[in-house]
Design a binder for this molecule. Structure first.
Ligand code: 2HA
Ligand code: ZN
Length: 273
């Protein structure tokens, strides 16, 4: 039987870590990634998991995630190392029957615990599972430089950020039609950042944490990486535009709104006023 290391979802997880590291979004142990594994993906490998570990409290209750399995990066682990040594840098965790505790069933072979942002990831998975009827499975947190830079110069307002990023590239309103949510600086890994992010993720797929990074949700690895990439590229264009003395012309609110029909997306009209 083949090793779980060769499973398609494990390889895709490692590829995302490697690609995101190569983009420069994951210095040192920065960022974290989680994936809600499909039953049929895990089934062939159940005999390679170990179910004798103790359940530990998550710190929050995520009822609709009970008995689910997640592949998650380890706390203090580097994205840079995931591809070469997946077994020591990531873990598969199982959520218990109550949705309030987890245990490691595979990975972190030489010790360790899941990402410090685990409660944030799980609360937000819970909301996205409900809001997308189970479609969204990936949550990614990165430290992309241009998006972070903008949190020092733009007002920390979801509408302002959404409009500025949408205007930078015609694809943007199509790729993130609900816009981005923006939060002020908060302590990473805290209950407060988890709950405030959860409020915004009901509406948006992308949340910008001021002076820290980006938190985003998507259906699969390609889509989630692509979302992070699109946001960060728009931010890079805006940094260049501001460095060149600012906009001389741009897309109007009407231009942006006119993309909804042909591209069959529902662009957030609250942000077009
Ligand atoms: O180091 O990025 O937000 C992991 C993080 C915490
Ligand atoms: Zn971070």
């Amino acid at each position: 039987m083949s090793s779980i290391i060769d499973a398609g979802f494990v390889k895709a997880f490692a590829k995302l870590c490697d690609d995101a590291y190569n983009k420069g979004w994951h210095e040192r142990n920065g960022g974290n990634l989680s994936y809600r594994i499909k039953d049929e993906e895990l089934k062939p490998y159940l005999s390679q998991l170990s179910f004798d570990g103790e359940f530990k409290p998550i710190g929050v209750t995520v009822e609709n995630l009970k008995n689910e399995f997640f592949l998650v990066t380890g706390s203090g682990k580097y994205f840079q190392n995931v591809k070469a040594d997946i077994e020591n840098n990531v873990a598969i965790i199982e959520i218990d029957e109550s949705g309030s505790a987890y245990r490691i069933v595979w990975g972190l072979a030489s010790g360790g615990v899941p990402t410090s942002e685990l409660p944030t990831h799980l609360i937000n998975h819970s909301i996205k599972k409900e809001k997308t009827n189970g479609l969204h499975r990936v949550i990614m947190h990165s430290h992309p430089a241009n998006t972070i830079a903008l949190t020092f110069v733009l007002p920390l307002d979801s509408k302002v950020f959404s409009r500025e990023l949408w205007e930078m590239m015609t694809e943007c309103p199509i790729v993130f039609p609900r816009g981005v949510g923006v939060l002020p600086w908060m302590v990473p890994g805290s209950a407060d950042i988890a709950l405030k992010t959860a409020e915004l993720i009901k509406v948006h797929d992308v949340i910008i944490w001021a002076h820290h990074g980006v938190f985003c949700s998507g259906a699969d690895f390609d889509e989630t990486f692509g979302l992070m990439h699109t946001v960060e590229k728009a931010a890079e264009i805006l940094v260049k535009v501001l460095s060149c003395g600012g906009k001389r012309q741009t897309m109007s609110a009407d231009d942006i709104g006119s993309l909804s029909g042909p591209y069959k997306v529902n662009i957030n009209t609250d942000f077009l006023k």
